[in-house]
Write a protein that binds this ligand. Structure first.
Ligand code: ARG
Length: 266
């Protein structure tokens, strides 16, 4: 069942590709903030047309990746587990997002001691939180989040640098099923996923390569990169309402719809 969501987003006013911390980023090719803002506005409109609530955090000059709100925290049951970024370039985003939650009356909040990039690597289902490691988030953060949130956290090992965050390779379709690209995961983690989600949607390398797995589902409506053709067909075949978006400019930094979207679960 679809239900109304609350998302936190950050307008990409200062978006740019100025450094390379993942294989999608090419500073010599750059990116255009005005195009990014236009595409991002369409994404925000899509959420609001679905009846979801969107809150905004002010973008900070000098933090070109701050648009990727998913990385800013993990919020489950009203508890806010802060982010601690792997790279110096994004380090200031962690405290900025935590401050937003504090100023807006959320809590309890936890300043993390372990490296983690929020919902980039933590995806919440009804009974479990799936957690990626291998490129950004430390496995010790999985333990820290489990202890703070009181939810079981299952570690998944990422092995392909193009899919450096869990949310680039997998998304929850609803509270109990997922779609994913198997090639992004270690053999053992592929087995874990097969065991946990026998009815999962398996995405192709082609759909993964347009960041099709970086999608946002409310259980009925799935907002997904328009280029992910086969994945969209399969989702429709399963009765889901697919809402295609064009975030091609943000993809130049390695991000898609989910990266721009931090879910506030109270
Ligand atoms: N350029 C950003 C980085 O490499 C992109 C982050 C995308 N966010 C995400 N949730 N996958 O950190």
């Amino acid at each position: 069942m679809a239900h109304t969501r609350h998302y936190l987003m950050c307008r990409p006013d200062h978006f740019a590709v100025e450094y390379a911390i993942n294989p999608w980023m090419d500073p010599s090719a750059g990116a255009d903030a005005a195009t990014a803002v236009h595409q991002w506005e369409r994404l925000k409109d899509a959420y609001e047309e679905l009846g979801h609530t969107v809150s905004l955090i002010d973008p900070i000059p000098g933090l070109p990746d701050m648009v990727f709100a998913a990385n800013g925290a993990l919020v489950v049951g009203g508890r806010v587990y802060g982010a601690r970024f792997a790279s110096a370039e994004r380090a200031a985003e962690g405290p900025a997002y935590l401050r937003w939650f504090q100023e807006n009356g959320y809590g309890p909040l936890m300043e993390p001691t372990q490296t983690n990039e929020g919902e980039g690597d933590f995806l919440t289902l009804d009974d479990v939180i799936l957690a990626g490691t291998g490129f950004r988030t430390a496995i010790t953060a999985h333990k820290e989040a489990q202890e703070f949130l009181g939810r079981p956290v299952v570690t998944l090992q990422l092995v392909d640098p193009r899919y450096y965050h869990l949310d680039t390779a997998l998304f929850p379709i609803d509270g109990s099923n997922v779609a994913y690209y198997p090639g992004a995961f270690s053999r053992g983690s592929q087995e874990v996923l097969r065991r946990m989600f026998p009815d999962a949607v398996l995405a192709s390398a082609e759909d993964a390569a347009v960041l099709g797995l970086n999608a946002v589902s409310d259980g009925h409506n799935v907002v997904v990169n328009a280029e992910a053709a086969d994945l969209s067909l399969e989702l429709k075949r399963r009765g889901l309402n697919v809402i295609p978006v064009d975030l091609s400019e943000l993809r130049k930094a390695g991000g898609g719809p989910k990266c721009c979207t931090l879910e506030i679960r109270v």
